[in-house]
Design a binder for this molecule. Structure first.
Ligand code: ATP
Ligand code: MG
Length: 235
């Protein structure tokens, strides 16, 4: 579904990514984990058409999308929930979901998509009239994911959905992601919460200093000594 092939990228003349390659197959949850500032978000920006790679290419659904406009890539079925969730906080849950579903043409299709999203996030259905500004951090993150799902995406990209959340809210968000997986939504997730993330991911990549240094099944990475030392604080 998605292939990132040998990309170099950076800002100005500062190189951030060095020969980065990874892939996501249909129906998988794939994680990219790594310390702060190593280029995780930059990798996602290269996929979404926000940063132009200096070298290498990005293929989505069999087409080369390197250098295409962000809106074109979104229209092909790629939804990107950024680190800053950018909800419309002065609008209700329902209005946010309507904004997410703007590209849906018919009323029936809109209602069908809404039903699916509400069945995945019953808490949002209960709170459809609540203003986004008054929701808890975990609920807001859920709403951001739900809004992205209103695009009916083929691939959902999440950049640090658990950032800044309390342990209880982190659990809510990871449960939502597990739920997506059971609905066969394909997910690429970037996270600092290595333990939880690798637990729910089919495969993972470790990015350090702009290079992929390790890849493997989520569970295998969790039991790897380097990961245990660096990310899980287990000697
Ligand atoms: N627009 C920009 N202009 C210049 N430098 C940038 C820009 N965006 C990011 N950087 C730099 O690129 C490097 C990688 O940033 P990036 O956001 O990709 O890291 P990250 O792995 O997502 O980190 P974090 O875990 O903190 O979100 C950092 O040193 C950052 O300061
Ligand atoms: Mg980041």
């Amino acid at each position: 579904m998605l292939e990132v092939n040998n990309i170099d990228a950076g800002y100005g003349n500062m190189q951030i990514l060095w020969d980065v390659s990874f892939s996501v197959e249909q129906g998988e949850v794939v994680a990219i984990v790594g310390p702060n500032g190593v280029g995780k978000t930059t990798s996602l920006r290269c996929i979404a058409g926000i940063v132009m790679p200096w070298k290498g290419n990005v293929e989505f659904l069999g087409s080369d999308i390197t250098g295409r406009q962000t809106y074109e890539i979104a229209k092909m079925g790629l939804a990107y929930v950024t680190e800053e969730t950018n909800l419309f906080t002065g609008m209700t849950v329902m209005e946010n979901l309507q904004m997410g579903g703007l590209t849906i043409s018919g009323k029936n299709e809109f209602n069908n998509t809404l039903d699916i999203v509400f069945s995945m996030f019953p808490r949002l259905a209960e709170r459809r009239k609540q203003y986004a500004a008054t929701m808890s951090g975990g609920e807001r993150q859920m709403l951001a994911i739900a809004r992205a799902l209103m695009l009916n995406p083929k691939l959902l990209i999440l950049d640090e959905p658990s950032m800044g959340l309390s342990p209880q809210n982190v659990e809510i968000v990871f449960d939502s992601i597990l739920n997506l997986k059971s609905q066969n939504v394909t997910v690429l997730i970037v996270e600092q919460n290595v333990n939880y993330t690798l637990e729910i991911s089919d495969r993972g990549y470790v990015l350090e200093n702009g290079k992929i240094v390790m890849e493997g099944k989520g569970k295998d990475l969790l039991s790897n000594d380097h990961i245990k030392n660096m990310y899980l604080g287990i000697a």
